[in-house]
Design a protein around this ligand. Structure first.
Ligand SMILES: C[S@@+](CC[C@H](N)C(=O)[O-])C[C@H]1O[C@@H](n2cnc3c(N)ncnc32)[C@H](O)[C@@H]1O
Length: 358
């Protein structure tokens, strides 16, 4: 409720508007979709406009309208698409937040929808490079057995990445490749100091039991998962994911319909993290570049919107009372180890007692 006062989210009006459009999208004339034809024509025209023109305010607004139609028509399907160092700005924020921890302390992180592990290893590489003293307990979850097996092995073909139809190394420099991997012929193997301490789970982020399995976390990362679900399922799943976050902990959630994320954030009173917000929003070229023609496409960052500080945040602090905008997370805002009492599995106990070597 607190969030609602701060960022008025006109859910009812938006829903009515959407239901009219949803009916339009389903319309068929002689078996053909007039909206489909309309989008085709617009797509052709859009692709012939210069970036200068598509960035103009009225054209951007028109793009938002087209993207709404695209999302309403979408046949949402999962894929394993991912990259190493996919969004450097988001990783930098994770590094800054981790840096607030005391020397030698423990940090619990869960990565949901981890695909082939690229995101998990990118996060661990970032934190362990900056703070080798931290004991990171990383839970990585995916619903697909085959991709999880690939992630667990941490061995990747340099030629054709297995299962993932994306150039997964494209965003890495040569030096970063050498820091992260050992090369063996046409394959690379993630280095052991990055790989250590990960608990892999075959599981569903929407399963209410997930809290009992993982326990509360200091950080939860759930990127590029929810946009592939139907909006009501995505909203339910996001509520479930949020239960995992310790009071004062952080949730990173990108790759989701912005209306849904803003609604849940507003309903649950999450504190949007302003630090690096615009950079993170623009930090993954594959989703920004696909707007407005794909349902996962991310709209341009628009500071003219009254709700921009909530709408474009993809990192939030949960379970805190917050009065005014804070441009950078306060020091010590992550929960201290004393404050949370996770049910530690034997696996975790062993990990906690092992310092992370580089
Ligand atoms: C597009 S990849 C995202 C990978 C990574 N998070 C990223 O942002 O690069 C989506 C992943 O979500 C997984 N997935 C789909 N539904 C899931 C669910 N309900 N729970 C956990 N993982 C799921 C898929 O198996 C796939 O590996």
């Amino acid at each position: 409720m607190r969030g609602l006062q701060r960022f008025p989210f006109d859910g009812k009006k938006a829903m009515t508007h959407q239901s009219v459009l949803a009916r339009m999208v389903k319309l068929r004339i002689l078996g053909k979709s007039p909206v489909g034809a309309y989008l085709c024509l617009n797509g052709w025209t859009w692709n012939h406009l210069s970036p200068f023109l598509t960035n103009l305010r009225p054209i951007r607004s028109y793009g938002s309208f087209l993207n709404t139609l695209v999302r309403l028509r979408a046949d949402r399907r999962f894929n394993f698409g991912t990259f190493f160092l996919r969004n450097r700005h988001q990783l930098e924020l994770i590094r800054r937040l981790s840096d607030q921890r005391g020397k030698g302390s423990t940090l619990k992180i869960s990565v949901l929808a981890c695909s082939n592990g690229a995101e998990v290893y990118s996060i661990l590489w970032t934190i362990r490079t900056a703070r080798p003293d931290l004991k990171v307990i990383m839970h990585a979850v995916d619903v697909s057995k085959e991709v999880l097996e690939l992630a667990r092995k941490g061995v990747y073909s340099l030629k054709t990445p297995e299962l993932v139809h994306a150039p997964i190394f494209k965003r890495l420099s040569g030096e970063e490749m050498r820091e992260m991997f050992d090369t063996e012929g046409n394959q690379v193997k993630i280095k052991s100091w990055i790989k250590e301490g990960i608990i892999w789970h075959l599981g569903d982020a929407g399963d209410p039991e997930i809290l009992n399995v993982l326990g509360h976390q200091d950080m939860v990362v759930a990127n590029n998962l929810l946009c592939h679900m139907n909006p009501p399922d995505a909203e339910r799943c996001l509520h479930n994911i949020a239960r995992l976050v310790n009071p004062g902990g952080y949730l990173f959630v990108s790759g989701i319909d912005l209306d849904i994320r803003a609604k849940v954030a507003s309903d649950l009173g999450w504190r949007p993290i302003q630090d690096l917000m615009e950079d993170i929003h623009n930090g993954d070229p594959s989703v920004r570049g696909d707007w407005p023609w794909q349902y996962w496409g991310l709209e341009p960052f628009n500071k003219r919107r009254r709700d921009w500080k909530l709408r474009y945040a993809s990192a939030f602090q949960l379970g805190v009372h917050w009065g005014e905008e804070i441009s950078f997370p306060q020091v010590g805002s992550l929960t201290s180890e004393k404050e949370f009492t996770p049910k530690k599995s034997q696996e975790e106990k062993e990990i906690v007692s092992t310092a992370m070597p580089r």
